[in-house]
Design a protein. Sequence first.
Length: 283
Amino acid sequence: MSWFADAFVGIAGSNPVIQALVGGVVIAAFNLVGALGILVWRNPSERALDGALGFAAGVMLAASFTSLILPGIDAGGLVPVLVGLTLGVLALDRADRWVPHVHVLVTGRKRPDAAKATEGEPAAKAATPLDVDGRMASVLLFIVAITLHNLPEGLAVGVGFGAGDIGEALALMLAIGIQNVPEGLAVAIAARNAGLGTRFYAMVTGLRAGLVEVPVAVLGAWAVLVMEPILPYAMGFAAGAMLYVISDEIIPESHARGYERIATLGTMAGLMVMLTLDVALAA
C-alpha cells in the first residue's frame, strides 16, 4: 500500500513532527466517530460493547509488539526496550493510584484489587448515584481518568512517526484510530453514566478525551528527533503503557458482564486486523 504512504506524505510532508500532528488529528477524529455513535446507537447491548472493547484490546496488543517493541529492539537492542517498557508500566501504575480506575467510573462497582486507603488518607466513598453537589467533581474526575488512559495511544503514534519508518507509523496510526472507534463510544456512554446526562455532552467528552492524543503525538515525535538515542526507550515506554491499559482496564472491563467469549473473539479479530494492516502497509 505504498500509494497510501505516498498520499499521506503528500498531505503531511516529510517532517516527522508534522506527520505526528496529522496522525494525532486522525486518531482523534476516529475517537469522535466512535463518540458520535451514541447519537445513533442509543442503547448498545453489553454483549456488543464487550465485543467492541475486546476488538480494541486485540488491536492495541498486536500494535504494541509489531509497531513498538520489535522495531524498538531493532533500533537499540532488547535492554533499552525492556527499561522503557518497565518505566511505562510503572508510570501508569502510579497514575492509577492517583486517579480511580475507569472501570469504577463506567460501572459504579469498586474493584476488589483497588488500592486501600492508608492510615491518614481519607477512604474512598462507595459508588452511589451522583447528587447535585458531587456531579461536577465526578465529571471532572471522569475526564481526568479518560485523558490519562488516552496518553499512551497518542505517545505511541508520535514515537512511531519520530522513528522514521512511515509504513510502521501509518500501521500504528490506523490501528490506534480503528480501536478508538469502540473506545470513543464506550467513553461517551461512560460520560453519560458519570452524570453528564445528555448524549450531546457525552459525545463532547468523548471528543475531548481523544484530543489529548494530538499534542502528545507531537511531543513524542519531537522528543525522539531531538534525542535520537532515547528511541528504543520511548518505544518501550509507549508499549508498556499501552499493555498496562489493555491488561488493567480494557480486558477486565470486557470480561466483567458475562460475555467473555464474545470479548475474546473480538480480541482475536482485532489481532488479525492489526497484523493485516502491518503487513499491507509494509509492502
